[in-house]
Design a protein around this ligand. Sequence first.
Ligand code: BT5
Length: 288
Amino acid sequence: MSAQLTLDPAQIPAYGRVFLLEEVGSTNDEATRLLTDPDALVRRSLSTLSLVSTGNQTAGRGRLDRAWTAPAGASLSTSFLVRPHADARYRMNPDSYHWFTLLGALAVVRTLETLGLKGAALKWPNDVLVGEKKICGILAKLVLEPEGQFSLVLGIGLNLNMRAEEVPVPTATSLLLETGQTVELGEVLKLLAQNFELLARALMEAGGDPARPLAGGASLLDRARARMVTLGQKVRVHLPGEEVMEGLALDINEEGELLVRGEDQQVQAYSVGDIVHLRPAPAEDHTP
Ligand code: BT5
């Protein structure tokens, strides 16, 4: 099995450009560089969807500037460049671009299912878990293009051929660890890109409305609700400035906020920016 990332772009014809890199610092940085290239022709070639991907990312980033790490060949790092404004059929307000994070997570879950891993689930707002362990992390970034249009970079890190001794943190897992199966990175990228494209086009056709049916099926919100382990869980919310609250995660609303009922029975909506950490609250101790 080669650690090399190979894929014939003809297999994912919906993508304007497909950049497969042997090694890169961060695919998100590379995608941002492309979207802000002084040469407008570079941007035009990106069309509505493009992607940058590598099996060897050396300076990957998570939220709040945390590091995202994986040994070469063990993980697939991909950034989707999403430019709804490049197609006159789509009218999507950049305020709703954050929905691509949940959409990307759903595309990952579907990809893992095709690869034989059932039961992967979403953790609000940006992780895919197997049980309690993280197999995928997602980081979205809004980018202003030189002509004044906003585009989105959606970075997805997916642990695939990572062995037990290679996991960067004890809370991480991989497809290999869960199924015993090693995969070709290019094969996974093909599936992921196809799944992402289907959902992304459907959301753009729905004008970015998460409550509208996607491609004749359930809405993005309902798909996400059905797959989100966070809902129904007791959670501990760490707010900026040391404040911590515990409550029951009830739902995600149409703004993408998490609704949490606190111990005082009040329901509060939290957005990604409000929450520093979201952890399952420890189970109550019933020992006598
Ligand atoms: C994330 O951040 O989970 C978003 C990760 C996004 C990575 C992709 S790869 C393609 C693109 N290019 C980039 O530079 N980034 C994106 P956050 O929720 O902040 O989680 C970060 C935390 O996850 C770290 O502090 C570690 O605890 C843990 N972590 C680091 N590497 C991991 C890995 N490979 N698997 C699981 N957990 C990891």
